[in-house]
Design a protein around this ligand. Structure first.
Ligand SMILES: [Zn+2]
Length: 181
């Protein structure tokens, strides 16, 4: 129900997720150059004179004209994306937690000059985060279970949508890095 449409630019690179109304607008304005994907999403419109509801079938992946701002190359760092990158596991003790039990840990603490960026942050349970405190993992005698990495744009789009369709997943996955499992 909450499935979205993957928007590509003219060159075929994914840029963003579209809601059904957003995608419908692009279709109606004839801004869709080509589309792909096996699945289609129905967009229901009003009722016609015969009392039938109009339905617009939207492709799951559309390439469109027009420039849209993709921001910097680095995806924004948000906890929800970070926790998904680390599969909701604490990167120190390896335990799975609900979102409320997780926190953002700076591998090199901010107080020691560490940056708030993808490659210096990991998902940590509150207990491990408290234990580590203002120390590096080495100083605290805690080992990181995985090296933190910055997701590429394909990975970011996957992380930012909880309802990726199979054909969209296949498209995005082709460009996942070796870090992403
Ligand atoms: Zn932990």
């Amino acid at each position: 129900m909450n499935a979205k449409i993957l928007r590509l630019n003219k060159a075929g690179s994914p840029v963003a997720w579209l809601t059904r109304p957003e995608a419908a607008t692009l279709v109606v304005r004839e801004m869709v150059i080509w589309s792909m994907g096996d699945e289609s999403l129905a967009m229901y419109g009003g009722y016609n004179r015969l009392g039938r509801r109009t339905v617009l079938k939207l492709p799951s992946i559309v390439a469109c004209e027009g420039k849209i701002h993709r921001g910097s190359c680095q995806p924004p760092l948000e906890n929800s994306l970070l926790f998904r990158r680390d599969q909701h596991l604490c990167m120190y003790c390896g335990e799975a937690h609900a979102i409320a039990g997780l926190s953002r840990d700076h591998v090199l603490p901010l107080s020691r000059g560490g940056k708030d960026c993808w490659t210096n942050v990991v998902t940590s349970c509150r207990r491990c985060n408290n234990r580590k405190a203002d120390r590096t993992p080495e100083e605290a005698g805690m080992q990181l279970l995985a090296v933190p990495f910055a997701p590429n744009w394909h990975e970011f789009l996957y992380l930012s949508n909880h309802n990726v369709l199979a054909d969209q997943m296949e498209f995005l996955k082709a460009r996942f890095s070796r870090y992403m499992s």
